[in-house]
Design a protein around this ligand. Structure first.
Ligand code: GRF
Length: 200
């Protein structure tokens, strides 16, 4: 007799710092049937992040852990986040506009279980102001990348990329908006693929 086995969803934590539109794309994807992950916690390092309310409104546990309260103790802040994530049973992390460089301790603690989305076609344009830099360089194509988080900022194995054209008359805001739409499609797909690894 064969037994029908339903694979348990992977519990994912999302780290944000701001508006959380990628976070919402992940929450909405995860709330649809058949998705291999559930979003179990959203943490922002900024108490004023608009994404916290967005997550709560979607019925997801959301909390601020203000890095400013920890002064120069970066790891102390991360240990506080880590404790909440583990308490919520989180198995994998998705960074979604989380604007802090993570310490080696945190990166190692979540090694192989943490991904990020970056608004460029890595390895081109790591860091900030990606769209302005791409325009200045005269690129005809832009896009976004989901990658595993390793010790180097915006490095780590690439899980997926989405490309969009740079159009005549684009400024950084217009290009950012086009790339952001692609981010919202790419990130849920890449997270689903990533989570499949946890249930093989
Ligand atoms: C996105 O462009 C993402 O690629 C980058 O930060 C931005 C966050 O936007 N890492 P949002 O908070 O997801 O709307």
């Amino acid at each position: 007799m064969t037994e029908a086995r339903v694979k348990a969803k992977v519990k994912v934590g999302v780290l944000i710092s701001g508006r959380g539109s990628n976070m919402l794309a992940l929450i909405e994807a995860a709330q649809a049937g058949g998705y291999p992950a559930e979003i179990s916690a959203v943490i922002s390092n900024r108490p004023g992040a608009a994404g916290l309310q967005v997550a709560s409104d979607a019925g997801v546990f959301a909390m601020a852990i203000d890095h400013a309260l920890f002064g120069k103790d970066r790891e102390g802040h991360e240990r506080a986040m880590d404790a909440v994530l583990r308490d919520r049973g989180v198995e994998a992390l998705a960074l979604a506009g989380f604007m802090r460089v993570l310490s080696p301790w945190f990166v190692q603690a979540w090694a192989g279980r943490m991904i990020n989305i970056h608004p460029s076609l890595l390895p081109a344009y790591p860091g900030l102001n990606t769209h302005a830099r791409a325009l200045e360089a005269g690129e005809t194509e832009a896009g976004c990348t989901v990658h595993e988080v390793t010790l180097g900022v915006d490095e780590g194995p690439v899980l997926g990329q989405a490309r969009v054209p740079v159009l005549k008359g684009d400024d950084a805001d217009r290009l950012a908006a086009r790339v952001l739409e692609a981010e919202h499609r790419l990130y849920p797909a890449a997270l689903a693929e990533f989570c499949a690894r946890f249930r093989q």
